[in-house]
Structure formats: structure tokens, C-alpha cells
Design a protein around this ligand. Structure first.
Ligand code: ZN
Length: 101
């Protein structure tokens, strides 16, 4: 009888150890997720910033100014489309994470 109880206690102890190890793993997992979440939030914030910059440039172009590197800030006569501007805007709109030239 006494030995059986001792055996039960030892089994319980082993189970508890396993559970504690599992908790430790879950804690590491939660930590990794939190870190990843933080990185994603930073990335999203950066993209939003870039998105706002793009909107401003698109607005500037619509108002009749160049946003391309060659003629930046200059007035577009007769609101003529500029291929450099268009490709610049298109490129920035297509992929926000792409590096700017
Ligand atoms: Zn232009």
C-alpha cells in the first residue's frame, strides 16, 4: 500500500515536470510570437508612412507638377503626362516595400 502511494506520487511528479517543460516551451513560443508581432507592426507602420508619401506625390502630380527625379517640382506644361513620373508613381504604388531609387 505504502509503496503504491509512493509510486503514484512519483508518477505525478514526472507528469508535473513534463507539464512544466511544456509551459516553458509555450513561454518561449509566446515570446517569439510577441517579437514577430512587434516586427510586423514596425513594418506596417513603415509601409503606412510610405503610403502617405506616395499619396502626397500622386496628389502633387495631379496638381500638375513633376515628381520624377529628372524634373522634380517643375510644372508640367498643359498637364502633359510624364513617363518618368508615371513609372515612378507606378513603381512606388505597386510595392511599398521596394527600395526607392
Ligand atoms: Zn516627370
Amino acid at each position: 500500500m505504502g509503496i503504491e502511494v509512493l509510486q503514484l506520487v512519483m508518477e505525478l511528479e514526472a507528469k508535473l515536470k513534463a507539464i512544466l517543460e511544456e509551459i516553458q516551451e509555450l513561454k518561449m513560443y509566446a515570446y517569439a510570437l510577441e517579437e514577430q508581432n512587434e516586427q510586423l507592426r514596425e513594418k506596417l507602420y513603415a509601409q503606412q508612412q510610405q503610403g502617405t508619401a506616395y499619396d502626397n506625390l500622386a496628389k502633387l502630380y495631379e496638381e500638375g507638377f513633376h515628381v520624377c527625379h529628372a524634373h522634380f517640382g517643375r510644372f508640367r506644361p498643359q498637364n502633359e503626362d510624364c513617363l518618368f513620373c508615371l513609372s515612378f508613381l507606378h513603381k512606388n504604388n505597386k510595392d511599398g516595400s521596394e527600395r526607392r531609387e
